[in-house]
Design a protein around this ligand. Structure first.
Ligand SMILES: CC(C)(COP(=O)(O)OP(=O)(O)OC[C@H]1O[C@@H](n2cnc3c(N)ncnc32)[C@H](O)[C@@H]1OP(=O)(O)O)[C@@H](O)C(=O)NCCC(=O)NCCS
Length: 162
């Protein structure tokens, strides 16, 4: 699909338990077996989690999701961000990231953290493009023994033109 989305095409909306089957479908297409959330984990994050679970929707259907955790700390963490492969490269994650940054700034956070598989070059490139910097590495972090790269972005309120 050769097009970029406008911000008005993308909606960020809360998830409910009714979305879990479709979320598991996206999860299966995006992540290796040991790295996927299962039904119970999705249910818990949506209904009991202390973080922010949102669907990323285009044309009234959701094509991705993210979960921001550790919102009771000074620096929240993006636990997961995924866009269905059929809709990657259109800017959906880009708009989700703008939403996440606005949410963090509005709630008084000054940085965001995340972990990403060292072999997930696409995601690392995406995060670097959005201003995240590598600051550490965790050996043997994922189920298959893959290392994690720890990344962080310091947030600044946009300057207003006078
Ligand atoms: C990493 C991931 C979330 C990126 O999602 P995406 O929707 O494909 O990302 P975007 O379309 O927003 O950005 C991809 C590219 O399009 C560009 N782009 C597309 N539309 C854009 C717009 N309107 N404005 C600015 N940039 C845009 C981005 O800058 C980026 O450019 P690049 O190809 O040069 O890197 C996605 O690949 C994914 O879900 N991967 C599988 C799950 C995963 O690994 N998640 C990360 C776990 S830590």
């Amino acid at each position: 699909m050769e097009m970029l989305l406008l911000s008005s095409d993308v909606s960020i909306i809360p998830a409910t338990s009714e979305d879990i089957i479709d979320l598991m479908d996206i999860e299966r297409r995006c992540f290796k077996i040991g790295d996927r959330f299962n039904y119970r984990q999705f249910w818990y994050l949506i209904n009991k989690g202390t973080g922010i679970f949102r669907l990323i929707s285009f044309a009234y259907l959701f094509r991705g999701y993210f979960y921001i955790g550790s919102v009771n700390t000074r620096s929240p963490r993006i636990y997961s961000l995924a866009i269905d492969p059929s809709h990657q490269g259109l800017g959906m994650a880009h708009y989700a990231m703008l939403w996440i940054e606005c949410f963090c700034l509005q709630n008084g956070f000054h940085s965001i953290r995340l972990e990403v598989r060292i072999d997930n070059k696409k995601a690392i490139k995406f995060y670097q493009k959005h201003g995240f910097k590598k600051y550490d590495r965790k050996d043997d972090y994922y189920a298959d023994g893959c290392d994690a790269i720890l990344m962080k972005k310091d947030l600044q309120c946009p300057k207003m033109d006078s």
